[in-house]
Design a protein around this ligand. Structure first.
Ligand code: G6P
Length: 435
């Protein structure tokens, strides 16, 4: 089995390497290729050396290689993992700060920031899918690149490649919930519906028993869930009425003013945007990674939001490879599993996974009180995907005004113009027609 990791120089790669080591019996990987772009060469070299030390320490037989030649990496691959960031972290800093100028949320995946990230990322992932059609047409594209739901939908609609979108949020939610309930995660089953970074835990089962109502009748549980969305004034009352667990990304919609204020305060206090903080974290991480004495994943990596990513990615590949029919919460085409969302739209939900892919389990209506928001965001996502491919400014404007975090065409236009200008080198689809 050959696995290609695109964005191999990412600081998250040691998580994956650890995962491959732990799964040596269930995932017989022979070749592991780390691919990156020229600007990422230095990081790729550091990650490659660290990964080699980790594999050697574990006595692994996996043949590890690194390359800047994507074609070479894709040729003959069975699984392709994408974990790239078009424009690198500097572009994220712009996504997070430009909307704030207009008093709108600047966030990596949600609102205008996520919109800009989608415009930059979708064409690149589609070009990878095209290369895969040529070089490894039967391989699976396991996408972790954000915005994961939109990226996966773009691939599924525009290429023949089989793809599943991933996020670490569902696994993080389940682990946190099991801790809160003081139970073994194996005894927990959640019915999880919605979109990537806008999801809802509709029902909770412990040892097969539906305990949803019982849990939401308890004050301490309601308080715990309110904490997931920031614990602001009104959060407890909202959760008690919803009787469902909103993912923490829902807080950007329910408590938008507080989120914007927090970002503005961070900047005022010199902490910068999350991208600035991640840059500092990465600097420390890469210093550590470069040390020849390090031969395991360092604890510091858990300070990044994507912790447990490897668990999500590799257990998914394990289910495909071993045809084991286990349940995973992943991003797939809806095809009627959730009523009220488009059939041809990607959702994040419970799926049975085997050799033939991820098959969503029908769950019917979205939870009461969540559907207007979820449907609006899906409509925004579909317009954004169109704009990312066509490079049409009018479609992009429609996408932005449809996003519940934008409020108004005047702000949408200003933000759109600023984002397109700031990211011009990464948005040729918007400029090639003009020049
Ligand atoms: C989460 C999300 C990821 C996101 C990450 C950001 O856990 O699920 O999709 O990329 O947080 O973390 P960071 O450390 O980069 O802010």
């Amino acid at each position: 089995m050959k696995v290609a990791i695109i964005g191999g120089g990412s600081s998250y790669t040691p998580e994956l390497i650890e995962g491959f080591i732990l799964r040596r019996d269930s995932l017989p990987v022979k070749d592991l290729v780390l691919v990156d772009i020229e600007e990422g060469q230095e990081k790729l070299d550091i990650i490659y050396e660290l990964s080699k030390r980790m594999l050697e320490k574990a006595g692994s037989k996996i043949k590890l290689t690194k390359t800047l030649d994507r074609d070479q990496a894709l040729k003959g691959a069975s699984y392709v993992l994408t974990q790239l960031r078009v424009g690198r972290i500097e572009a994220r800093a712009k996504d997070e700060s430009i909307p704030l100028k207009y008093h709108r949320l600047g966030q990596e995946t949600t609102g205008a920031g996520g919109f800009a990230k989608a415009l930059r990322t979708i064409p690149v992932i589609l070009s990878i899918a095209k290369d895969m059609e040529r070089l490894c047409p039967d391989a699976w594209l396991i996408n972790f690149t954000n915005p994961s739901g939109m990226v996966t939908e773009a691939v599924l609609k525009n290429s023949k490649i089989r793809s599943i979108g991933l996020c670490n949020a569902p696994i993080g939610l389940q682990r946190g919930l099991a801790d809160q309930l003081k139970i073994d995660p194996k005894d927990l089953y959640v019915e999880y519906v919605g979109l990537n970074h806008l999801s809802w835990t509709k029902r909770i089962f412990v040892k097969g028993r539906d305990v949803t109502e019982e849990l939401f009748s308890k004050d301490d549980f309601v308080e715990y869930v309110a904490g997931i969305i920031g614990g602001h004034k009104g959060a407890k009352e909202l959760v008690a009425a919803l009787k469902t667990i909103p993912s923490y990304y829902c807080s950007y919609f329910f408590f938008e003013d507080q989120a914007i204020q927090k970002d503005l305060d961070n900047i005022k206090e010199g902490k910068g945007t999350r991208a600035d903080q991640v840059m500092a974290l990465e600097e420390d991480l890469f210093k550590l990674y470069a040390s020849p004495d390090l031969d395991e994943k360092p604890e510091q990596l858990s300070k990044r939001g994507g912790a447990l990513y490897s668990e999500a990615a590799l257990s998914l590949i394990e289910s495909i490879h071993n045809n084991d029919g286990k349940m995973h919460i992943v991003n797939v085409m809806n095809k009627g599993a959730i009523t009220g969302l488009p059939h041809d739209g990607v959702i994040e939900t419970n799926c049975i996974v085997n050799k033939s892919g991820a098959h969503p389990i029908a769950s019917g209506q979205l939870p009461r009180g969540s559907s207007a928001l979820t449907k609006a965001v899906k409509a925004y996502e579909q317009l954004t995907i169109e704009a990312a491919i066509d490079g049409c400014r009018q479609t992009a404007l429609l996408a932005l005004v449809s996003n519940p975090l934008i409020h108004g065409a005047d702000k949408a236009l200003d933000i759109l113009n600023d984002l397109l200008k700031a990211h011009k080198p990464y948005l040729p689809q918007f400029y090639s027609k003009e020049e």
